[in-house]
Ligand binder design. Sequence first.
Ligand code: NOJ
Length: 740
Amino acid sequence: MSATIAESTKETAAIERRVEALLGQMTLAEKIGQMSQLNASDANAPDYLGDALRAGRVGSVLNVADVEVINELQRIAVEESRLGIPLLVGRDVIHGFKTIMPIPLGQAASFNPDVARDGARIAALEAASAGINWTFAPMIDISRDARWGRIAESLGEDPFLTGVLGAAMVQGFQGDDLAATGTIAACAKHFAGYGASEAGRDYSATNIPENELRNVYLRPFRSAVDAGVTTFMTSFSELDGVPATGNDFLLRQVLRDEWSFDGFVVSDWDSVRQLQVHGLTADDRESAYMAVTAGVDMEMAGDAYISHLEGLVEDGRVSVDTIDTRVANILRIKFELGLFEKPYTDPSRLPPLVSDDALQVARQAALQSVVMLKNDANALPLSKDSISSLAVIGPLADAPYEQLGTWIFDGEPELTITPLASLRDQLSEEVAIRYVRAMETSRSKVSPAFDEAVDAARESDVALLFLGEESILSGEAHSRADINLPGDQAELVRRVKATGKPVIAVVLAGRPLTLSNIVDNVDAILFAWHPGTMGGPAIADLLLGVESPSGKLPATFPRVVGQVPIYYNRKNTGKPPIPETTVLIDDIPVGARQTSVGNTAYHLDAGYTPLYSFGHGLSYAAFRYDNIRVSPAEMSVGDTVTISADLSNDSDVAAEEVVQLYVRDLAASVTRPIRELKGFKRVLVEPGQTVTIDFEIDMDDLSFFGRNMQLTTEPGDFHVWIGGSSDTELRSEFRLVNSE
Ligand code: NOJ
C-alpha cells in the first residue's frame, strides 16, 4: 500500500469512527434534523431559523451568501444546539460567485478541462470566503434539446465531453483536500435524465430506455463519482414513470450498489413533496416514505421529512437503520469538509473577491469559449489598418447584466466589461465607433431606432451587430419553443445588410439558436454564449485578431427547430440518409407517386444535416489534417491502440485548435452511434508548423452497455476519425481481435 493510500484509508476509518460515535449520541429527532435543508434567504435567518437550529432540527441551509449571517447561523448550530453539529451551507454557485465565468455550455465550447477546473476553483475560493461550503454544481445532464432553457447550465450533448469537463469541475470545487480553506463540496445534478424533458419543456416527463440511459445519460455521473464528487441532487423529472426523487433504481441500485457512492443525495427544491403532485404518492407522508427508502438523504426546502419521518419510524415502516445510513452519509461529508474543526469563516484567510487571478481565468475562459461559426472571405479579424470607422449595433453590445447569463445570484453587473467598452478601449482614437443599441432588449420590435442603426452602418466601414438572447430567456423554467433570435433581430440584420457594408454578428445566448434566417445576411458569426464578467475583452481580442477563435460547438445547431433533437452521435438507422436520396420539398415533382424504395431518414424541409455540427468551430489559422494512421491495425483484447494524424497550420497566424477523435463500432450486440467522441486535445500550432497528434484508446474506451446492461467491449471492426469537427472525413480503422 502506498503512503498516500494508507494515509487516506486511515483518515477514512477515523471519519467513520467519528460518524458512528456521533450517531450513537443522537436522538431520532436530531437525526431527522440533519436530513433537513431549509431556505435562509435573508439577513433575518438567524431569527426565524434560530429555534430550529438550537433544537438540532436543521442539517443544512441554502440561499444565504452573507458571511456574517452564515457565521451567526453556524454559531447557533455549533454553540447552542445539544450536539453542536455544524451546518452545510449550500448555494447555486454555477459558473462563478462574484467573478462570473462563461455559462457552463460556453465553458464546454472550450473543450478544455483546465477552463472548467480553474473556473470552479475560483468560484469555490470566492464562495468559501462568504462561508458557503457546498455548491449545487456541476450540472451534467446530457442536453440534446436547445429548446430546454437549462441547456445553458449543461456541458452540452456529448457524454464523453460532459464527463471529462464535469469531473474537472468537481476537482476545481473540491480540490485535493475538502477540508482545506477555499474548497467546497460539489454536487452532481440532476440525477438523472432531466435533459430529456419532453419537447424541451422544463420539468416534463422523460422516457429513456435503460440502455440509452446507461450509455448516454448516466455516463457523466459515473465520471463525477470517479472524480470524488461528494453529493448528488435528484432531478425534478420522472424517468419512465418513476420520479427521480423516489427512484430506487437510480438512487439505490445504480448509485449505491453499482457505483459504491459514499457521499449523500439531496432532493431538488421541494421535490420530495412533489412526488404527490407527480401522482406517485397520495400524500406527503407517503412521499417522505418513498424518498427516504429510495435513497434521498436530505430534503431540500420541504417539510415532508421533518413532519413525517419520525412517525414512519414509530410505525415500523422505515427502520432506524435506514435513517442511520442516510444521516451517516451526511455527517461523513461534514467531517470531510473539516466543519467540526472550522465551522466559521474568516474571509481575510482567502484571496480577495474578483482578484486579478480570477479576472484572468474568466478572460481566458471567455476567450476559449467563443466559437467562430462562419467567416466568409476573411471578414474577420477586423484590422485597425483597414478600417477607420465601425458601427456597433444591437441590444447586447453594452448589456452588463445580460452577458453574465443565467444563475448569477451573486454576480455583480457593475464588474462586467462589455464588448462596447472593450472595443472603445482597444480602438481608442484610431477607429471611430458609432454605437446604436437599436433594440431596448433582445425581444424588441422594429422601431425608428432601426433607421439610426442603418444610418450608422452606412456611414461606417463595417457593421458589428451584437445579437442574441437576454439572460432571462434561458435557464431554469425558461424553455423556448422557437429558438430563432427573438424580437425583430433578423429584420435588423436584413436592413443592415442592405447597406452593402460587411456585417459581423456576435451572438450572445444561452443556447444554440436557429440562425438560418440570418446566416446568409452576415459575413461572419462569433457565437459567444453568455460569456461572463470578462466577455467584453475576450470578444474584442477575437474581433481584432489579438487572439484567434478556438471554441468548438458542444451542441449541434439545428437549421430549424423541428429537427430537434438533433445530435451528432445518433444511430445509423436501417435507412441512413445520404445526399443522393435527400430530395427537398421544393424538388419533389408535382404528382410524384409514393414509393417505399430508396427512402431514407430525413426531413423534407430541412434535410438531415444541421446548420453547424457538434465540434465545429473556425480559426484565423488554416488548419489541415492528414495522414491518419492506427497502430497496431489489429488490437488484441487487453491492448491499447494509438491513432495519429498530422495537423498543419498553413497560415501565418499562430492559433490553438481542438483536435477531436471519433470512433465507430461497426457491428455490436446493441447498435452503436455513427460516431462517438473518444478524445480531444487543445494544441497550439505555429505558422507553417506540422504537429503529430496521438490518441491512445484502450478496451475501456470502446466499452458500452450491452443487452444485459453490463459493460462490455466486443471484438470486431472499428472506424476512427481525427479532425476539427464531428463531420471530419479523415478516417482510418482497426480490428479488435479476441486472441490474447
Ligand atoms: C432548483 C434547481 O433545479 C436546482 O438546480 C438548484 O440547485 C436548486 N433549485 C436550488 O436552488
